[in-house]
Design a protein around this ligand. Structure first.
Ligand SMILES: [Fe+2]
Ligand SMILES: [Fe+2]
Length: 264
């Protein structure tokens, strides 16, 4: 009889304390429902909406998160720089410059399964020192022969994310898009066996504007003047995907979108 196949719960950008609490409160329900082998979250907005601190990362790891990916807000908090170098389970885009703190890949092991995690940044409208499409080869090379690989392609442009999905189809278990905070309706397994979604969405307040209090976002757009942004607390939801791995290494059997309100 085949062993139970591995699965990966990937959760989109946690926004602020509300995003962190929403994840930690939803996680027991999700564990009961899906029994994921791995939990990977994007944490680039978890510290007050921008960046991450060692304390916030430690809370996530203590709550059962196996690995954290980041994005364009990686370096917002200075206190995280040494932590990015010393904590193997947190990754920033692999196509940032080598001189920037942190690393772009990690390997975690659960139940005898080795999962490689890669973070990439898009090059359109985002600042990344090196091209994602060439640096991914070095990142995959670093991972060697792991059992499964998930790539978080943190990008603004849907075209870059769709292209990365096709580029890696048949070589990795999953390519999941993050950054826009708005989930897309295109989750599917591509022809070569790679699970794909253009954007997983965010874990945070649906009552705001991609996480920000909506009055402040609207005021800034109306007046074209600087406005102090705070994280909305209204209507928090968890947004993620559950990827079931195939018996063939580095391929997926299915990808299921998860959109759920924070339990009352
Ligand atoms: Fe984000
Ligand atoms: Fe981002």
């Amino acid at each position: 009889m085949a062993e139970a196949q591995a699965s990966i719960l990937f959760v989109g950008d946690l926004v602020g304390g509300i995003g962190r609490r929403t994840l930690l409160e939803c996680l027991p329900l999700l564990r009961e429902r899906y029994d994921p082998t791995f939990v990977v979250v994007n944490g680039e907005n978890v510290a007050g909406g921008l960046g991450i601190t060692p304390k916030a990362a430690e809370q996530l790891f203590a709550g059962g998160v196996d690995a954290i990916t980041l994005g364009n807000h990686t370096y917002h908090r200075r206190e995280v720089y040494p932590y990015l170098d010393s904590e193997p389970r947190i990754v920033r885009p692999a196509n940032f410059l080598g001189i920037q703190p942190g690393h772009g890949t990690c390997v975690i092991e659960r139940a005898g399964v080795r999962l490689g995690v890669v973070n990439l940044s898009g090059n359109l409208y985002l600042r990344a020192g090196r091209p994602a499409f060439t640096e991914i080869e070095a990142a995959l090379g670093q991972l060697g022969g792991v059992d499964q690989i998930i790539v978080d392609m943190h990008a603004e442009a849907t075209s870059e994310k769709v292209a990365m999905g096709w580029h890696l189809d048949g070589r990795v278990t999953a390519v999941v898009g993050t950054h826009t905070h708005v989930p897309t309706a295109d989750a599917r397994v591509l022809g070569g066996g790679t699970a794909y979604i253009t954007d997983v969405g965010m874990t945070g307040p649906r009552g705001g504007v991609i996480g920000v209090k909506r009055e402040q976002a609207i005021e800034s757009l109306l007046t074209q003047m600087p406005v102090r942004f705070e994280t909305s607390e209204e209507d928090p939801w968890l947004m993620g995907v559950l990827i079931r791995c195939s018996a063939t290494p580095r391929r997926a059997e299915s990808i299921e979108q998860i959109l759920m309100p924070r339990p009352l």
